[in-house]
Design a protein around this ligand. Structure first.
Ligand code: 5GP
Ligand code: ZN
Length: 131
C-alpha cells in the first residue's frame, strides 16, 4: 500500500495544483510554509535512485515550472526545493516526491543547516565519489 498512489488514484482526497499524464503536484498536508507543494510521478517508484531517467525528468520539469509559479503567486522571496532519499535522509513516504517550500523570511519554520563536521581529505573523497 502506498499513500501517494492512493492519492494519485483518487482514493484519498488532495489539493491538486497541477496534473498531467505523468505528474501530480499537490499541497503538502502539513504546510511547512504557505504553499508547500509535493511533486510526484504517477508511476510508483521508491526514490530518485530507483526511478528511470524519463520519470525524473518529467518531475524536475514540473518542479521548475511550479517553483516559479508558486514563488510568483505567493509573493515568496524564494524557495527550498528538496528531495529526501531514504529513511536516514528523512524520507517518510516511499514514493518519489520533490518538496517545493516557498520561503518568506529566514525565520520560516524550516531548518536546513550545513553544519561543519570533521575535516575531509577532498582527494580521497573525490576518488570515493567517482568510484
Ligand atoms: P518526506 O518526509 O517523505 O520527504 O515527505 C512526505 C510528505 O508527505 C510530508 O511532508 C507529509 O506532510 C506529506 N504527506 C503525508 N501524508 C500525506 C497525505 O495524505 N496528503 C498530503 N497532501 N501530504 C501528505
Ligand atoms: Zn506509490
Amino acid at each position: 500500500m502506498c499513500i501517494f498512489c492512493d492519492i494519485i488514484d483518487g482514493k484519498i482526497p488532495s489539493k491538486k495544483i497541477y496534473e498531467d499524464e505523468n505528474v501530480l503536484a499537490i499541497l503538502d498536508i502539513s504546510q511547512v510554509t504557505k504553499g508547500h507543494t509535493l511533486v510526484m510521478p504517477k508511476k510508483h517508484c521508491r526514490n530518485i535512485i530507483e526511478a528511470d531517467a524519463e520519470t525524473v525528468s518529467q518531475c524536475t520539469e514540473a518542479v521548475r515550472r511550479l517553483t516559479k509559479q508558486i514563488v510568483e503567486n505567493t509573493g515568496a522571496a524564494g524557495a527550498n526545493v528538496l528531495n529526501n532519499c531514504g529513511e536516514t535522509a528523512g524520507q517518510t513516504v516511499d514514493h518519489l516526491h520533490f518538496h517545493i517550500i516557498p520561503r518568506y523570511t529566514e525565520n520560516d519554520s524550516i531548518t536546513i543547516a550545513f553544519n561543519p563536521s570533521e575535516e575531509q581529505d577532498l582527494d580521497a573523497v573525490l576518488a570515493l565519489v567517482r568510484g
